[in-house]
Write a protein that binds this ligand. Structure first.
Ligand code: NAD
Length: 423
């Protein structure tokens, strides 16, 4: 049964189905089912109390047919080898569908960063690079931020890498850097902006009028907040917002705004109160009311495994845009398919982040930096091209957007592998 699949097995299953549908040589699946390189390291860190702790770190490079590996590094207590391998596999697909010259990469350290001091985190970050630097580089493998890592951690990575390599022009080995260290304008907004580009396109294709659509959004973090901002700029209204509410038993509740939420106002309240609980310009509703409401468009932008079988059964929605990674469980996905709900899958909807990371890498190589308008204009063009290609496959093979996205990405990777003589 699918509910016993670990993330790697579920990635493999999705790839297998897409390869079969494309009628590809079975060798393609055999190559893609496992990453090409996986490294596990032990990182010793001297803790503030004088003791020594050893942390496990990982880095997986899934497939280098299209170019060097690219993908984030997460610091989380649940990081493990299988998860890192699966996430690197999905990164290959994201790069493939956007026509980026990359294969998928992903890394992580099994650690709860909230339990570490700033000095301990710096030491751990530098230790990660010491263990891996021979396998990193702007032409080899290019890390970026992911869960619980950020521009500060990328800065430690850059510094340690440059020290070990002795080359000062290695800025392009990491993306998601602060602007002053070679970051790109528009990177912060990129994922939410991309969610809106793809939602706008799919809504139009499905005959949903974005300006009058009933839209529900879950999460007001990086992805959720910029999704709301750019939807608002499109003249769309988000009237339902599900948030994390620590005062609730399951930590969730939702807000309802008759006239639609305003990005600036939410942002201001959240900055002042560190939470949206008590936001005065909205009515509090229950989590249950949120998930059973009738929506034209629903955008989960918080965490993985939110739309479970139970939630899917009660959902009344036409289009889901997966802002978060893996928000829909495989069982829920089956139910939604039966209910004819269209889903813009995570590998497409939230691929704006890796796309602008690619722009950062390009800008680093040229030492020439673009304006935010240039970045966003390019992002819109590149993501629209990808979604157009995916809809063509969807129509040609009479399949859903998720499967079409897998097929579109795998086709490109398979072609590169064939030309290289791998099968
Ligand atoms: P974030 O930590 O900035 O925001 C997550 C938000 O979700 C927080 O505001 C949190 O309070 C809220 N939240 C958590 N649990 C919730 C719940 N049960 N109900 C309602 N709200 C809840 O993280 P982010 O960077 O916005 O990432 C969100 C998702 O998008 C993750 O799955 C991440 O992997 C994915 N993603 C992010 C990026 C990026 O560039 N940031 C790129 C691709 C994918």
């Amino acid at each position: 049964m699918t509910d016993t699949l670990n993330p790697l097995e579920s990635a493999q299953l999705q790839i297998k189905k897409a390869c079969e549908k494309l009628n590809l040589n079975p060798a393609v699946y055999e190559i893609l089912k496992e990453p090409q390189r996986v490294i596990e390291i032990s990182i010793p860190v001297k803790m503030d109390d004088g003791s020594l702790k050893v942390f496990k770190g990982y880095r997986s490079a899934h497939n280098h047919a299209l170019g060097p590996s690219k993908g984030g590094v997460r610091f989380h207590q649940n990081v493990n080898l299988e998860e890192v391998k699966a996430l690197s596999t999905w990164m290959s697909l994201k790069a493939g569908l956007l026509a980026l010259p990359y294969g998928g990469g992903k890394g992580g350290i099994a650690v709860d960063p909230k339990k570490l001091s700033d000095r301990e985190i710096e030491s751990l970050s530098r230790g990660y690079i010491r263990g891996l630097y021979k396998y990193l580089g702007e032409r080899i493998d290019i890390p970026a931020p992911d869960v619980n890592t950020n521009g500060q951690i990328m800065s430690y990575f850059v510094d340690e890498f440059i020290k070990l390599n002795g080359e000062n022009e290695d800025l392009g080995t990491f993306t998601g850097k602060p602007l002053i260290l070679g970051g790109s304008l528009g990177r912060n907004e990129a994922t939410g902006y991309g969610v809106v580009i793809t939602t706008k396109y799919a809504a139009k294709k499905l005959g949903i009028d974005l300006k009058n659509a009933e839209i529900g959004l879950q999460g007001f973090g990086n992805v959720g907040s910029f999704t709301l901002k750019y939807l608002q700029e499109e003249g769309a209204k988000v009237r339902y917002l599900s948030i994390r509410d620590e005062s609730e038993e399951c930590g969730r509740s939702a807000l309802y705004s008759e006239e639609g939420f305003d990005y600036e106002s939410l942002q201001k309240y959240r900055d002042e109160h560190k939470s949206l609980v008590g936001y005065p310009k909205a009515k509090k509703i229950s989590d249950q009311e949120f998930w059973t409401n009738k929506f034209d468009i629903l955008i989960p932008a918080a965490l993985e495994n939110i739309i479970t079988e139970k939630i899917a059964k009660n959902l009344n929605v036409k289009l889901i845009a997966e802002g978060a990674n893996g928000p829909t469980t495989p069982e829920a996905d089956e139910i939604l398919k039966e209910k004819n709900v269209e889903i813009i899958p995570d590998i497409l909807a939230n691929s704006g982040g890796v796309l602008v990371s690619y722009y950062e890498w390009v800008q680093n190589q040229y030492g020439n930096y673009w304006t935010k308008e240039e970045v966003q204009e390019k992002q819109e063009k590149d993501m629209t091209k990808a979604i157009e290609g995916i809809f063509e496959i969807k129509d040609q093979y009479k399949t859903d957007i998720r499967e079409a996205a897998y097929m579109f990405a795998i086709k490109r990777i398979a072609e590169a592998m064939k030309l290289r003589g791998w099968y």
